[in-house]
Structure formats: structure tokens, C-alpha cells
Design a protein around this ligand. Structure first.
Ligand SMILES: C[S@@+](CC[C@H](N)C(=O)[O-])C[C@H]1O[C@@H](n2cnc3c(N)ncnc32)[C@H](O)[C@@H]1O
Length: 264
């Protein structure tokens, strides 16, 4: 059942929009469900402000994506597609000092949250679809997309849009889970509009599984405190709790978590 949801059911924009709008209803202050990606643990600490500590592993995934890419975001114009509740974008704004970072998301409630919650110079948000972002060509030096590709019904449109919005030699940084048997097609799809690989894709599955283990107790408390009883099993699956579908697939490496860095 979960496998079917992953393969087919997630790629529905209306369902994604409602699910993430509902998350804002469940956790209006963004206490538990703010950084809504899986985490990264390589045993190293990253620089964090006190308000970022609760999400240390999830922010470490953003940190690693940027640091390992070798791309210097300082003074750059950055777009994050599927920015969610802004934890990653705000982390990048604080720690990597881009000139600007704009986040878009299909969930308008998440964007309302982001606009209310973050007051950081250069960090802005708008509701929008990654498959049709609508920015003028050559508007950005880097586009980031974290853990959202598996929601797009037409990922090729999101890739083409990122390519169009990027300036010459701009970077596209993508992190997501891909079924092991589909990696070749995923990589070909990413390169299709004319991107070249800036470095070999990095498989961070083991680091992600370790962070899911580390965060399991914290997530259990959050789910029990903030999610209605009947929905808790579903949230446990999405949260990657040990013993549930995504965790098992990642642990068995049937699902691989990849970091990919492309250049226009
Ligand atoms: C797992 S969350 C990741 C959010 C954020 N990147 C993070 O790591 O915290 C997936 C996000 O994708 C967004 N999303 C799904 N389909 C989208 C689309 N077509 N365009 C823009 N955002 C989309 C959802 O609303 C949700 O915020």
C-alpha cells in the first residue's frame, strides 16, 4: 500500500497542497513540523543558532548539500522550489549569506507561515508551482530543491523551469529519494534540458538512515502530541520512523537518497 502511494499517489498536486496546508493547521507555530525533510548525520556538528538546534539533523542535510557542492552562495541570487516551512531557506540565508533567497511552495498556508515567521533581509516567499515557476529567464545563480521531486507529476517541467530561471553557469542543487532501479532515468531526466553534472551524484542514504534513528524519539513525541490518533500511523510513515515503509526502503537501499549538483 505504502509502495503504491509512493509510486503513484504522492504525485498529485492537490493532495500535496492539502496535506501541507493541513500540517500548518496541526502545528501553526512550527514547533515540530517546520523543517520537513529527512536529516543527515555524518557525526559532525554544524554551526547553529539556538532557535535552529531542534532541527539540527534536518538542517545538516541542507548544510551538506551546499557545502559538498562546493558552490559559494555568498552574494548570489538563490531560489528554493518547494521551500515548505522555510527552515532550510532561512538556514541558508543566515549561514551562507546569499544576496537574496526566494522560496516558492504549492502550499499557500506554508507560504503564509514563512512570511509571518521569518524576518531576514533578502529572504522572501511566494506561493507557486515548481513545474511553472514563472520567473524571467536568467533570474537566479542557484536553484535548490530538497526532498520534493517525488511529489511532482511532471518532474521534467520542474527541471526545465529551473534551467530557464538560472543564469548562465548557474547551479541546480537537488536532494531527494529515488528508487534504486530508477537512478539512471532520474539522472538523465535532470540533465535533459542541457545541464551538466558539476560533480558525481552523492549517495547519502546511510547518513539519512542514521539521522532518522537519532530523531525517532523526538518525532514520536511530536506525532503523539500534535496529530489526531487516526492519522498517526500515516505521519509515522511520512516521518520515516524506524520500521515503517520509507525507513525500511532506505535502510535496505531499495530507495537511495541522492545529492545532485548540476550546472547550466
Ligand atoms: C517533504 S516537503 C519538503 C519541504 C522543504 N524543502 C523542507 O525540506 O523542509 C515537500 C514540499 O513540497 C511541496 N510541493 C509539492 N509539490 C509541489 C509543487 N508542484 N510545487 C511547489 N511545491 C510543491 C509541498 O507543499 C511541501 O512543502
Amino acid at each position: 500500500m505504502e509502495a503504491l502511494i509512493y509510486q503513484k499517489g504522492l504525485r498529485n498536486k492537490t493532495a500535496a497542497r492539502h496535506f501541507y496546508n493541513y500540517l500548518n493547521f496541526l502545528d501553526p507555530a512550527g514547533v515540530s513540523f517546520r523543517a520537513i525533510n529527512y536529516g543527515f548525520d555524518d557525526g559532525k556538528m554544524i554551526p547553529l543558532n539556538p532557535q535552529e538546534q531542534a532541527h539540527c539533523f534536518r538542517l545538516a542535510l541542507y548544510n551538506h548539500l551546499v557545502v559538498a557542492s562546493g558552490v559559494d552562495l555568498k552574494g548570489k541570487r538563490v531560489l528554493e522550489t518547494a521551500v515548505g516551512r522555510g527552515a532550510g531557506a532561512s538556514y541558508i540565508a543566515r549561514h551562507f549569506r546569499p544576496k537574496s533567497i526566494h522560496g516558492i511552495d504549492i502550499s499557500e498556508r506554508s507560504i503564509e507561515f514563512d512570511r509571518d515567521y521569518y524576518h531576514i533581509s533578502g529572504l522572501t516567499f511566494s506561493a507557486g508551482d515548481a513545474e511553472g515557476i514563472g520567473f524571467a529567464p536568467n533570474s537566479f545563480d542557484a536553484v535548490l530543491d530538497v526532498e520534493s521531486f517525488h511529489y511532482y507529476p511532471h518532474p521534467e517541467r520542474a527541471i526545465a523551469e529551473a534551467y530557464r530561471a538560472l543564469d548562465k553557469e548557474g547551479y541546480y542543487l537537488v536532494a531527494d529519494m529515488v528508487p534504486a532501479g530508477q537512478i539512471k532515468g532520474f539522472m538523465e531526466g535532470l540533465k535533459a534540458p542541457g545541464f551538466r553534472l558539476a560533480k558525481d551524484p552523492e549517495d547519502i542514504t546511510e547518513n539519512v538512515v542514521r539521522s532518522l534513528q537519532n530523531e525517532a524519539d523526538q518525532k514520536e513525541v511530536a506525532i503523539n502530541n500534535q496529530v489526531p490518533l487516526l492519522l498517526r500511523p500515516l505521519f509515522q510513515v511520512f516521518a520515516g520512523q524506524p520500521g515503517t515503509f520509507f525507513y525500511n526502503e532506505l535502510q535496505a537501499k531499495r530507495l537511495c537518497y541522492l545529492n545532485v549538483v548540476l550546472q547550466k
